[in-house]
Ligand binder design. Structure first.
Ligand code: 5GP
Ligand code: ZN
Length: 124
């Protein structure tokens, strides 16, 4: 059984909500405050506070989680997009239940992650 926290917003959403995509153990929702034309959050039902704790998932769940991120993007018609995980408060994490941001749908998606864009441009 996945772990849940009664006081966790994303545990509650993972139990019940309007999903863009859903599969055993995972849900995808539209972000309430989109930072790109398409901004989806992928949530595992199993609660871990942050990506730092990703080793708490079994190997097959971790693989499935990554596949589910890609499946979700494909399902909404995205071929080009960014996948972002904010790890820790000073990196911008505000909800302490691991989640993956899928950002796509246009150039606006580059505007809100200046550090990532700067790194990408430095590597061009
Ligand atoms: P973080 O800042 O932790 O990486 O991402 C948390 C995200 O959750 C933010 O982009 C925020 O807009 C989104 N969010 C916060 N509360 C809710 C909510 O109640 N519903 C949905 N759909 N998104 C939420
Ligand atoms: Zn949770």
């Amino acid at each position: 059984m996945p772990t849940r926290r009664d006081d966790c917003l994303f545990c509650s959403i993972a139990r019940q909500g309007a999903y863009v995509h859903q599969a055993k153990g995972f849900v995808a929702i539209n972000d309430i405050n989109p930072q790109a034309p398409v901004h989806i959050l992928v949530l595992p039902e199993h609660h871990v506070d942050t990506f730092r704790d990703v080793a708490e998932f079994e190997a097959k769940e971790t693989k499935r989680m990554l596949e589910f991120v890609a499946e979700t993007a494909a399902k909404v018609g995205l071929t080009d997009y960014r996948v972002v995980v904010n790890v820790g408060a000073t990196a911008g994490q505000t909800v302490f239940h691991l989640h993956w941001h899928i950002l796509g749908g246009g150039p606006a998606s580059r505007e809100d992650v200046p550090a990532a864009v700067a790194i990408a441009e430095a590597n061009e």
